[in-house]
Design a binder for this molecule. Structure first.
Ligand code: EPU
Length: 306
């Protein structure tokens, strides 16, 4: 079932500039690192803020649900796809990274890896932990992404964001409501860009730390398709260790498997469906609750229809 009429799609296209693209029935499997999931009725890659506002206002007028995606690295889309419009920020403006040591400004569509590399080249330290996270800056802000004992909001000076009504606001890093793997201040907003403050350091020293992190990651995390850690760490526990201790590594449902390298990763061994992944995640949750009395909460975002 497609929620969006041909007429309204034509209207949307006419509202957007040449910097944006609209596509129908876009396979979400190509937009997520899990590589699973059905099609989005409508997929809009917006290239500037005014097009983003137009697309949001069009969605409101037409009662079409909106989902914002980044690089799809923390996202599971159910197998029947998304009834509504999926929006992604792309292009020069949203992917820009501007260095002004020790400060760095970047668009929400930028890759975290590019941000970390540009920071290193400019001698801005403190962003090394972002290098191996396969996401976008916007996604990282939304969930306060972290690794290696650090998290992005430790560096944020200010974020500019758009509400779903198209209004632009600025939030200081301190007042953004950042917590472990969530940011309440951005829950109902779309991050547009951010100013981060690092520390002046030599590119060689930064590169060295990045290599250490990268090695650590290679030794403890799988290379197969996944969406990173599936569950948040419950207070006082490591979800990966709990799952490992219960002997669940290697457990399979269809093409989905609990990673042999890290218990908190589910990998797509090649032909997994989103249903397989969700069924496996539920099995893990039940075992951890029954045998250890701990409730696991999803870290990955789940959207779409069964
Ligand atoms: N451990 C096991 N078995 C496992 C996995 C982990 O015994 O299968 C043990 C480790 O040996 C270690 C402890 O559990 O003693 C913690 O493991 P790890 O260092 O891998 O950290 P984590 O808490 O499982 C967190 C983040 C990761 C991030 C790593 C590295 C969460 C949910 N996960 O994992 O982030 O990469 O630290 O800094 O906070 C993600 O968010 O998607 C993600 C991968």
């Amino acid at each position: 079932m497609n929620l969006v009429s041909e007429n309204s799609i034509e209207e949307l296209k006419s509202l957007l500039s040449g910097e944006s693209q609209v596509r129908q029935n876009e396979p979400m499997s190509t937009l997520t690192t899990f590589g699973t999931g059905g099609c989005a009725d409508l997929f809009v890659e917006v290239g500037n803020e005014s097009d983003l506002r137009e697309a949001l206002l069009w969605s409101r007028r037409n009662n079409v649900p909106v989902y914002i995606v980044g690089r799809g690295s923390n996202l599971l889309v159910r197998d029947s796809g998304v009834r509504g419009v999926v929006i992604r920020l792309r292009g020069e403006w949203f992917e820009r990274v501007i260095v002004k040591p020790p400060v760095i400004e970047c668009g929400a569509g930028a890759k975290l890896r590019n941000l970390a590399m540009e920071a290193m080249r400019a001698g801005i330290g403190g962003l090394e932990f972002l290098e191996g996270i396969p996401g976008s800056v916007g996604g990282a802000l939304k969930m306060n992404a972290g690794a290696m004992g650090n998290e992005i909001f430790n560096l944020v000076e200010k974020v500019r964001a758009m509400t779903f009504c198209g209004e632009i606001i600025e939030i200081s890093g301190k007042n953004a409501g950042a917590e472990y793997r969530r940011c309440t201040g951005l829950a109902d907003k779309i991050a547009l860009d951010v100013v981060l403050r690092g520390t002046i350091d030599s590119p060689e020293a930064i590169e060295q730390r990045m290599k250490v992190f990268s090695q650590r990651r290679r030794n403890s995390q799988p290379k197969a398709r996944s969406a990173g850690c599936v569950f948040k760490n419950p207070p006082g526990f490591s979800a990966g260790r709990l799952i490992d201790e219960l002997g669940l590594k290697g457990l399979r449902v269809g093409g989905a498997m609990v990673s042999q390298e890290h218990g908190n990763f589910i990998v797509n061994t090649g032909n997994a469906s989103s249903k397989d992944i969700l069924a496996l995640a539920e099995m893990i949750r039940e075992r951890v609750r029954a045998e250890r009395g701990v409730g696991l909460e999803f870290e990955i975002e789940i959207i779409g229809e069964d």
